[in-house]
Design a protein around this ligand. Structure first.
Ligand SMILES: [Zn+2]
Length: 268
């Protein structure tokens, strides 16, 4: 599938991804993360106005309307202002390394509703193109609530993450037979510690005070039928499966890098 047709609506809200690296001649800065949002406003027009308002000081690289129209607001080489205070796998200031996509939806404040098919098809095509061009690893495709769980709920529990994973965008855990048996039960203190370690390994910020918001963010995305922040057997099982998916993807990536390095040495 080719890149989707873009409509241009330049936003003034952007800056350099890495002025220091540029001034040192250190080459182009790293862009290896994709952050998905919903607009959380009453209309697409209102969202576009706000994302282009210099006083609002917010933006994203792209906006996808409910009819599937894709607007480009900020060039990918520039840093857009969409993530805010954020954390993933120990890294912060994620605007610097990410591409942000706003998906039109009124959100939890104005009447959260399903994302229509033309919109999801456009999101899928856009993400597929970006992930391929930028070689964004699957474990670095996130929702805003994954990286800012105490502040954000977008894109929310109605967003179709499994569909994107089937298209090669982001990870989705495979049900592990051994974990099914734990599902019906509550978890004890040892299992709780293991589950929180899984949550941290997947990328979430896990610290006293934000364990529950991080669990809710995980559930919204990976167990959307119930996102109450309770660490039950079902959530613990899903966490273990997702950790396995992340570990497998990281190991495969490390193998690919090693093989590339070996080929490089052989050729030089
Ligand atoms: Zn957001």
């Amino acid at each position: 599938m080719s890149a989707p047709a873009l409509r241009e609506r330049p936003s003034p809200n952007h800056d350099s991804r890495d002025e220091r690296a540029a001034s040192l001649g250190a080459g182009s800065p790293r862009i290896d993360m994709l952050v998905l949002h919903y607009t959380g406003m009453q209309s697409a027009a209102a969202a576009l106005d706000r994302l282009c308002d210099p006083a609002a000081r917010v933006s994203a690289h792209y906006l996808v309307d409910e009819d599937g129209a894709v607007w480009r607001l900020v060039a990918e080489e520039r840093r857009a202002w969409h993530a805010g205070i954020s954390f993933w796998m120990g890294e912060t200031v994620l605007n610097t390394v990410s591409i942000g996509i706003e998906i039109v939806n009124p959100g939890h404040e104005w009447g959260y509703r399903a994302f229509p098919e033309p919109q999801m098809a456009a999101v899928e095509a856009l993400c597929r193109d970006i992930v391929a061009r930028r070689r964004i690893p699957a474990w670095r495709v996130v929702g805003h609530s994954d990286i800012a769980p105490t502040r954000k709920t977008d894109p929310g529990e109605l967003f179709d993450w499994p569909r994107l994973a089937r298209a090669g965008i982001g990870l989705w855990p495979q049900p592990a037979a051994a974990l099914q048996r734990r599902r019906g039960r509550g978890v004890g203190i040892v299992e709780r510690a293991a589950a929180l370690a899984d949550l941290a390994r997947i990328g979430y910020q896990v610290e006293p005070g934000n364990e529950t918001p991080s669990l809710v963010a995980f559930q919204r995305r990976f167990r959307p039928e119930r996102w109450d922040g309770r660490l039950d057997g079902e959530t613990a099982g899903r966490l273990a499966e997702m950790r396995q998916a992340v570990e497998a993807a990281l190991a495969a990536d490390a193998r690919r890098r090693r093989d590339r390095f070996r080929d490089y040495r052989r050729l030089n």
